[in-house]
Write a protein that binds this ligand. Structure first.
Ligand code: ASP
Length: 327
């Protein structure tokens, strides 16, 4: 039987209703004991790493999860992380960059309703995550939620209330799960064990700026002392108001990085299409995020800038496809 390490971090799945609202209160062991059948399909060990609302999950905690996996990597066949849904897409993306080419599956799951709720989705999500983690064809980092498996760099929390919280953005789902069956939509060749690459450095000085009509470009000056990279969520396929031109070139010419994406949820960004974008497309410190999710761009830039501050190397790492993060 395969050995699975379940790492509990909190989230709604572990929450109970208190006077001040829902907050994590149930342990990982209790969660595992609430799901019938999981100890029949794997040899399960539970590690309680933290018990927090994922609202409070930050890069420091991503590294803690990464360390917990790597410290036990050789002892287990797969890893299931119980995590709040609100920032799960960021953590899944961060783990995709911190642990690359993993032949052992790393699965994130959680629930929209707490385990104690009579209509909870927690049991099926934990069960199917373990099912996915013990399957021989699974590898790398994925979110498994509501019967879908989504590449760790392509997940987005798209709904706040329904069980169907996550979508795979601009990329097919890896698989759907029907009860005990995994139906693969995307067949991956599992990496060889020696291809594993791990990293433990992140630069968290990355900020997301969403353009709005009448946004003031001097925000770039205000951000200079605090951040090394800005992710600019432009209009449409890559529209940037003319009033931003000076501020943007001054930002990148001072040695800082800008990644350009779109605030439109689907189909990505291309600066080449319109005059209002094209003038930015050739600059070496302006990166085009294409069809990546904003969550993945945040995690990727933190990982890239944790490795280097050289613009050629930043570019090379940013444009390298990792765990299906861009086409
Ligand atoms: N606020 C919760 C969290 O992200 C929401 C959830 O888990 O569904 O931890």
């Amino acid at each position: 039987m395969k050995k699975i390490l379940m790492i509990a971090t909190g989230g709604t799945i572990a929450s109970k209703e208190g006077d001040s609202g829902l907050a994590p209160a149930i342990s990982g062991e209790e969660l595992a004991d609430s799901v019938p059948g999981i100890r029949d399909i794997c040899q399960l060990t539970v590690l309680q790493l933290m018990n927090i609302d994922s609202t409070n999950m930050r890069p420091r905690q991503w590294l803690q999860i990464r360390d917990a996996i790597m410290e036990q990597y050789d002892s287990y066949d797969g890893f299931v992380i119980l995590h709040g849904t609100d920032t799960m897409a960021y953590t899944a993306a961060a783990l995709s960059y911190l642990i690359q080419n993993s032949c052992k599956p790393i699965v994130l799951t959680g629930s929209q309703k707490p385990m104690g709720n009579p209509y909870t989705d927690a049991k099926i999500n934990i069960y199917q995550s373990i099912l996915y983690a013990v399957d021989d064809a699974s590898c790398n980092v994925n979110i498994v939620f509501n019967g879908k498996a989504v590449a760790g760099t392509r997940g987005r929390k798209q709904r706040t209330r329904s069980f169907d919280a996550f979508e795979s953005m601009n990329f097919p789902m890896m698989a759907v799960l029907h009860d005990d069956r995994i139906i693969r939509h995307y067949m991956e060749i599992p990496p060889a064990p020696e291809d594993l690459k791990t990293y433990d450095q992140l630069n968290d000085r990355v900020f997301v700026l969403k353009l709005t009509p009448e946004a003031k470009s001097d925000i770039f000056d205000l951000l200079k002392g605090h951040y090394d990279a800005i992710i600019l969520e432009t209009f449409g396929i890559g529209g940037i108001p003319d009033s931003f031109e000076k501020a943007i070139f001054s930002w990148v010419d001072s040695g800082k990085t800008l990644a350009v994406t779109t605030q439109v949820p689907e189909e990505g960004c291309d600066l080449e299409v319109y005059k209002v974008g094209k003038k930015y497309s050739e600059h070496p410190r302006i990166l085009q995020a294409g069809d990546m999710t904003t969550e993945s761009i945040v995690a990727k830039l933190m990982w890239v800038l944790g490795q280097t501050d050289q613009s050629e190397k930043i570019k090379e790492l940013f444009y390298t496809v990792i765990n299906h993060d861009r086409i």
